[in-house]
Design a protein around this ligand. Sequence first.
Ligand code: XMP
Length: 516
Amino acid sequence: MKHETILVLDFGGQYTPLIARRVRECNVYAEVHPYTLSIEEIKAKEPKGIIFTGGPNSVYGEAALPYDERLFELGVPTLGICYGAQLMAHALGGKVESAATSEYGHTEVDIDKSGRLFGDVSEKTIAWMSHTDYISQPPAGFRVTASTPVCPVAAMEDDSRGFYATQFHPEVMHTREGMKMLRTFVRDVCGCSGDWEMGSFVEDTVKSIREQVGDGKVLCALSGGVDSSVAAVMLSKAVGKQLTCVFVDHGLLRKNEGDEVEAVFGPEGPYDLNFIRVNAQQRFYDKLAGVSEPEKKRKIIGEEFIRVFEEEAKKIGAVDFLVQGTIYPDVIESGLGDSAVIKSHHNVGGLPDHVDFKEIIEPLRMLFKDEVRKSGLELGIPEHLVFRQPFPGPGLAIRIIGEVTEEKVKIVQDADAIYREEVEKYDGGKYYRTLGQYFAALTNMRSVGVMGDFRTYDYAIALRAVETSDFMTAEAAQLPWEVLSKVTSRIVNEVDHVNRVMFDCTGKPPGTIEFE
Ligand code: XMP
C-alpha cells in the first residue's frame, strides 16, 4: 500500500534519522535518502513534502556540496533545517556567512507567530542551535520568522512558494516546541492526512511474508532484544514451525538474560517456532582476552557471532530465507555515507558468508524503534518484552571499560541487576518508565577504600540513567537520591571487588549513552 510520503534528503547531518522519526510520530510516512537522489527518483516517489537536513559542510567555498538546482523547482513544500536552511538561502539568492563564534546549545529564540510553522509556538521558545555559518540575508521573497540576538535569521519562509527554513533543529528534544513545528509542516503545510498506522502495517506484513515464504524454510538469529523478538514473532505468526530461531548466548548478556529468553521463545513459551540456544560464552571470552579498544571489541564480537551462527546454520542445512531484525536507523546509518561515523553498530552489515540461504527477509526494515514496539504490541507480545530497554549487540563488553574478563562481566552483571531492581521498584514501578535507558557499567578505575578494618583497592561502578525518546539525543536523568544511595550501599555490600559507585551526569551530546 502506498502512503503519503515526506522525503528527508540527507546532507550529512547527525540528526537525520530523527527528522524522519519525528515525521512518523505525526502518522506520516517519511523516507531518508542522500541529497544526491536524482530529481527523477524524487518525482517518482510523489512526495507531499521535502525536508533538507543539517550537515557539516558550508554552502560556499570548495567543500560546498554539489546540488541539483531543480530541487527548488519541484513545487513541493520544502523545509530546510540548519545546513538545509543555509542551502535554501544560498541557492535562492540570499547570503550565508561564517560567524566569528559558533552558536551552540539551548538558545532562546524570538518567534514571529504569524510564521506558517509557528502559529501554536510561544513568542519566546527554547531551540537547539549548532552552527557557525548563518544566514545574514534571506533571499528575495522570504521573510524572517524567528531570530536570536546573534542569529538574525533563525527562521525564514516564502509561504507563496512553499519554502520554510529553520537554523535551529526542530527535531531534537531540546527544542521544546519543535514537534509542533514539524507537525504543522507535515500535516497543515504539506496537507498529509496521517495514513501511517502500525496495526495495518503488521497485518499487511504478515500477509506478504506468508505469500513470499510459501512452504520455504526460514532461519532467524534471535537476540532476545526487541527488534529480533518482534521480527521472530511476526515470522512465527506468518509461517509457524517453518521458522527456526538460533539464540547465541555470548556471555555478555545481563544477569539471567539467557534463561529469560529461553523461557519465552523456547519449547515452554507461547510461540510456534523451533528454538536453538547456543552457549558460546567461553569462545567470546577467549577472543576478547587482552583487547581493550572499543571498536576492536565490537568487531570481534560481531565477527565471532557470525561464526557461531554459521556453524549452527550448517547443522540445520540449506534454508530459503534468513530473517534479520534490521530497523530503519540501521539502514540509514549504514547507507548514507556523508555523516561522520561516531561508532560502528555491529548489527549492520554483518551478514553471514557461509549460510546457505536464498533471500533475506527484513520485516522491520522501514520501522523506527517506537514503531517496532507498537508492532510488538499489535502482535500480542507481552509488554515487559516490548518495552525492554535497548541493549547493545556487543552487550556488556561495551559497558566494561578496558579488557573484558569473565570476572568483570560477573561484577557488572551483579551491580546492574541491583541497580535495575531498585530503579524498577521505586515509586511503585512508575518512575522507571520515564527513563529511556539505565544501566551499570564497570569503569577501569580502581581506588582505595576501607571495608571493616581493611584497606581495599577495588573497582568503581558507574551508574547511567538517561531520559530520551529517540536515543540520538538524551538528558541525564535526575535520579532520586533515595534510589542512588540505596543502590550504592547494596552494590558495595553485595558485589565483590567494588568499593565505589558513581553517577554519570552527562547528556548526549556531548556524551554517548553507552560508555564505549
Ligand atoms: P550511544 O552509545 O551510541 O547509544 O549513544 C545509542 C543507543 O544505541 C545502543 N547501542 C548499540 N546497539 N550495537 C547495538 O546494537 C552497538 O554497538 C551499540 N552501541 C550503542 C545504545 O544502547 C543506545 O540505546
